[in-house]
Write a protein that binds this ligand. Structure first.
Ligand code: HEM
Length: 166
């Protein structure tokens, strides 16, 4: 369905420039991977804390305030580097449903994270009190961890599924 659009993107001068400079895609991929580390580590630190696992030095509200901005910075660079790779190799990305599943899950987990950070900011004392931690916190921790893992798996599988659809 997206093939004609992908072919058009591949023929643009920007895509041709990226394709003709062989360092662009691997450099962009390397930065993508570093940002995945920053984002996933931050998400995992918050989520394990919500589940009561691991270090308890910092409160949930402190962790959220410190780490969520790093998640947004990393996501911003992921969007930039992901766009570079998409423009360089549009057919490889657009033909596979795995790419679109990944995008949908990123939108979903980003929305969940915005809502979570707002709720923590609005009622920090309740979230920090171990005995009264909302049960929704555990659901968010498990759900968002699974979504980040699924996004990483999809990222890897794009390369191996595109061949089926081209
Ligand atoms: C925000 C928008 C994003 C876009 C547009 C994007 C796009 C891309 C593209 C085009 C690729 C190359 C796929 C290929 O040709 O093999 C890729 C790879 C990958 N992405 Fe993303 N991505 C984004 C965010 C993320 C996020 C948030 C994660 C995980 C937390 C992620 C994880 C991965 C992984 C694991 C790979 C494979 C890396 C490799 O094997 O070199 N991406 N992404």
């Amino acid at each position: 369905m997206f093939r004609p659009f992908a072919d058009w993107v591949a023929s643009t001068s920007l895509s041709q420039t990226f394709q003709n400079h062989l360092w662009v895609v691997p450099t962009s991929q390397a930065i993508h991977i570093v940002c995945i580390c920053v984002l996933f580590t931050s998400a995992l630190m918050i989520n394990l804390r919500l589940l009561g696992v691991g270090a308890s030095g910092r409160s949930i509200s402190q962790l959220t305030e410190n780490l969520v901005p790093w998640m947004w910075r990393a996501l911003g660079v992921l969007l930039l580097t992901g766009t570079v790779q998409t423009i360089a190799e549009p057919v490889r990305q657009f033909v596979t449903p795995v790419f679109w599943a990944k995008m949908a899950m990123i939108a979903m987990v980003a929305t969940m994270t915005v809502a979570f950070a707002r709720k923590v900011r609005a009622d920090a004392a309740r979230w920090d009190a171990a005995g009264t931690r909302p049960s929704a916190a555990r659901a968010f921790a498990v759900g968002s961890s699974l979504l980040w893992i699924a996004i990483i798996v999809c990222g890897r599988f794009i390369a191996y599924t595109s061949a089926f659809y081209t």
